[in-house]
Design a protein around this ligand. Structure first.
Ligand code: HEC
Length: 170
């Protein structure tokens, strides 16, 4: 087999066996653990019930986003003249890329990047809730929730409170 054909075949096999490859836009809740939802490949995701009740993490993410991110990225993930719309950005990033940018920031300041994305890696008010912010923004990006504060939310799961105590206290 010529090398290019071989490479194409290998890629086709890889695509077939690696769901994560194609699942960046997959936001469908496949499994659930104490009120936290995950896609089929285990990425945290949102869940909106038929009556519009959002899961606790989406609600928590709404609150955290609006205390830590919206000053630059605009309300409801809509973007501003200073920083890009995160509701769209999260649909193009995968979960780990998102975590990496939030933790490390973006330092390249040149003609096309004149504004700085700060590093939040040492900020517990962000890092302890980074899943929540991701989940909220994916819900916005997928069009599952409208702008504004979600009207109805699920109760706070006990495991959320445990994680919060351990993360904020430790
Ligand atoms: C001080 C202003 C500021 C704050 C606060 C801020 N950001 Fe940013 N962020 C930026 C700017 C500016 C960029 C674009 C940087 C670039 O492209 O050079 C950016 C880029 C990003 C990107 C990459 C977007 C893409 O298109 O790939 C992500 C993800 C992000 N920010 C997440 C967050 C999150 C989550 C928060 C809140 C915890 C936050 N930011 C708070 C200014 C900010």
């Amino acid at each position: 087999m010529p090398p290019t054909k071989l490479a194409a075949t290998a890629l086709a096999v890889l695509l077939a066996i690696t769901p994560a490859f194609a699942s960046n836009s997959d936001t469908v809740a496949f499994s659930q653990e104490d009120g936290k939802h995950f896609t089929v490949d285990g990425t945290p995701t949102f869940y909106v019930a038929e009556d519009g009740t959002v899961d606790w993490y989406t609600f928590s993410g709404f609150r955290r986003y609006h205390s830590e991110c919206h000053v630059c990225h605009g309300p409801d993930g809509m973007g501003s003249t200073y920083a890009p719309p995160l509701k769209d950005a999260v649909m193009a990033l995968d979960y780990w890329e998102f975590i990496g940018v939030v933790a490390a920031g973006i330092q390249n300041v040149d003609a096309s990047h004149e504004n700085v994305m700060p590093s939040f890696g040492l900020n517990k008010n962000v890092m302890c809730y980074v899943d929540d912010i991701w989940i909220y923004l994916r819900a916005r990006g997928a069009g599952a929730i409208d702008r504004g504060r979600p009207a109805k939310r699920a109760d706070r799961p006990e495991s959320f409170a445990e994680h919060e105590r351990a993360c904020m206290g430790g």
